[in-house]
Design a protein around this ligand. Structure first.
Ligand SMILES: O=C[C@H](O)[C@H](O)COP(=O)(O)O
Ligand SMILES: C=C(OP(=O)(O)O)C(=O)O
Length: 376
């Protein structure tokens, strides 16, 4: 993250700080429940980006901004697995997506979902960054390092990457790789997340709340475009006061929700989109929306994503340019499997989601080609 960092003391490097802690025999150094991990600077040094990749990502962020600002008419498509759990399958998907992107890029700006942190309704596997071995023991040093390595490999395919920013500290290790970030439905109301968005150097889509309302996201957009003073960490792991610059490049993502009785509310139809645009306009924020075809909009029925995407693109083709993009949950195989595989014997089916159900690669390719043709 680039903006100003005020530290109360001159910054020490990681080794100096470790020595100081050891000398003071701090409780953290002896607490088995506290496992120290390397600093963002150390990991970014070990797994550094080439100059060419830095330039590519800056250009891809600008392409997303251009779509958001109406300077480019391509439709933004954020597609990929609900979560990355297997590097080989993620790269396999990325290679297919990069090849398809070459054919469709006149009408579609395709960004791959590279989600390594999962917000859970209550409990469940939280993603590659937390528990890379999926054995419940957690290993964040390994998880964040594997996440960064995988994201570099995916970005080297030429794809812009999307992720959900869940823990603000995780983002310190990955932010330089991401062209579009999501703030999820469960965290859009959190002041900490709004401050984080104000500090992030890329466009950010903010989901409507789990109750289906756009108001939370509008307030998040207002907050995030302003500067804040807040506590965080610098890249050396030093607690620091951050002066965030404000992020003007945010937009609403409509993902449906549940009302107070627990019934599903979808919000991708023309009337719901018009109502959301009115809410955005009355809040004085960017009146542009992306539709998440999955989650409550699809009631977690993965095949519904296909009809929702077609319906939304027909609204766009009919002239609604406030619709700037779509999100799809898609992987190599359709559906989902349990953490222990289809049969519970620990054998995972290659290329199949272990979190939300996804449409398959074949379904994704057919859909994106059809959307491309509709927009022509
Ligand atoms: O997989 C992710 C889900 O969309 C979201 O994070 C919540 O999932 P859960 O309800 O299965 O916990
Ligand atoms: C968890 C996700 O979305 P939401 O916050 O809309 O539930 C997601 O996109 O993976």
């Amino acid at each position: 993250m680039k903006p100003t960092v005020n530290t109360m003391e001159p910054t020490q490097n990681g080794n100096d700080r470790q020595n100081t802690r050891d000398q003071e025999n701090s409780p953290a150094a002896n607490d088995p429940a506290v496992r120290q991990v390397c600093t963002p600077r150390e990991l970014k040094h070990q797994l550094a980006l080439s100059d060419a990749l830095v330039l590519q990502i800056e250009q891809q962020r600008q392409q997303v901004r251009d779509v958001l600002n109406g300077d480019n008419e391509r439709l933004l498509i954020v597609t990929g697995p609900c979560s990355l759990h297997d590097e080989q399958a993620a790269l396999d998907y990325g290679k297919r997506l990069a090849a398809l992107n070459e054919q469709l890029s006149d009408k579609l700006l395709i960004v791959m979902r590279a989600y390594v942190e999962k917000p859970r309704t209550n409990i469940g596997w939280k993603g590659l960054a937390y528990d890379p071995q999926r054995d419940g023991r957690g290993n964040m040093e390994q998880g964040i390092s594997r996440s960064r390595r995988l994201m570099i490999q995916l970005a080297e395919l030429g794809l812009p990457l999307a992720t959900e920013a869940l823990n603000p500290l995780t983002m310190l290790y990955l932010d330089d790789l991401i062209s579009w970030t999501a703030i999820g439905a469960r965290t859009a109301e959190s002041q900490t997340h709004r401050e984080m968005v104000s500090h992030l150097p890329m466009p950010v889509g903010i989901k409507n709340g789990t109750d289906g309302s756009a108001t939370t996201a509008v307030n998040a957009m207002i907050s995030a475009r302003h500067s804040h003073h807040t506590l965080g960490l610098d890249v050396d792991g030093q607690i620091a006061m951050l002066d965030t610059p404000g992020n003007p490049d945010t937009h609403l993502v409509l993902r449906g929700g549940k009302n107070i009785e627990g019934n599903t509310i979808t919000n991708y139809d023309a009337a719901s989109i018009a109502a959301s645009l009115a809410t955005l306009a009355s809040g004085g924020v960017n009146a542009k929306v992306m539709v998440d075809c999955s989650h409550d909009n699809a009631e977690k029925q993965h095949l519904r994503q296909i009809d929702i995407a077609k319906e939304v693109v027909s609204q766009r083709a009919a002239g609604n340019k406030a619709i700037i993009g779509l999100m799809l949950e898609s992987f190599l195989e359709e559906g989902k499997q349990g953490m222990d595989g289809e049969k519970g014997d620990g054998q995972l089916t290659y290329g199949k989601s272990i979190t939300d159900p996804c449409i398959s690669w074949g379904q994704t390719e057919n859909l994106l080609r059809e959307l491309h043709d509709t927009l022509k």
